[in-house]
Design a protein around this ligand. Structure first.
Ligand SMILES: [Zn+2]
Length: 239
């Protein structure tokens, strides 16, 4: 079974249907209340959904208005801090991030993290809110061991093919904390710098799985099973 631990559907019904038809288990991310309604319908309630205020959206959503959605979500995310791709005030980002972390820790909902440029700050903050964490597309050479030692899960994307930072991470994360993600087709197009069709989607996940299996000297079917179990363990509410 293929896993996509972090995926944006971007209103793509065909992709949602393909995932269900091919039994690809995907955590579908929702960044707005509208996207939550759309994704609930597109996935026929058969995929886990994550919901959270993305650091890019801290000016658009208030914590209080998303609580009813967090209550229903399988995971809180993607949430975090970003000093590279947004000009949003870092103080507001941090305040919004902490509110969601505190809520998630109290309710024992697992959390998906976006860490761009703020890896050090996030590491210090999440230590204060013990929980199940999964760091998506961690593209930083620093603090990898610190996050691993904290028991975080990591998702590896197609960037494993030629990004030395991702390769180093993929070599060091314990097998029982590895996940695979696409981050959605738009991210794959951005990464490959070319259009990608929906028909390519299963192949992208397989290519990522094969590269990871080769790197870890493990049979890819065996790795697929382990990653499926890891996703279940991550989603199981924190103890
Ligand atoms: Zn994402």
């Amino acid at each position: 079974m293929l896993i996509d631990a972090h995926c944006h559907l971007a209103n793509n019904q065909e992709l949602a249907q393909l995932q269900i038809k091919q039994q690809i288990k995907a955590i579908i991310n929702c960044q707005t209340t509208e996207e939550w309604q759309i994704n609930s319908k597109l996935t026929l309630h058969r995929q886990p959904l994550s919901f959270g205020i993305h650091p890019w959206d801290v000016n658009k959503l208030k914590f209080e208005e998303i609580v009813p959605y967090l209550e229903q979500a399988d995971a809180v995310g993607e949430i975090g801090l970003d000093s590279v791709w947004t000009k949003n005030d870092i103080k507001l980002q941090t305040k919004t991030f902490r509110k969601q972390l505190a809520w998630a820790a109290k309710k024992q909902k697992p959390v998906i993290l976006h860490t761009k440029g703020c890896e050090k700050e996030i590491l210090a903050i999440i230590r204060q809110y013990p929980n199940n964490y999964f760091v998506h597309w961690y593209d930083c050479l620093k603090y990898q061991k610190d996050y691993i030692d904290l028991g975080c899960y990591f998702s590896i994307c197609l960037d494993i093919l030629d990004n030395p930072t991702i390769i180093k991470l993929a070599q060091n994360v314990p097998l029982d904390h590895l996940l695979i993600e696409t981050d959605g087709l738009n991210s794959v197009e951005w990464l490959l710098n070319k259009p990608v069709s929906i028909a390519d989607y299963p192949g992208i996940l397989k290519q990522t799985l094969t590269a990871l299996a080769d790197l870890r000297h493990i049979n890819s079917n065996r790795l697929a099973t382990i990653i499926g179990e890891n996703l279940t363990h991550f989603l199981r509410q924190a103890k």
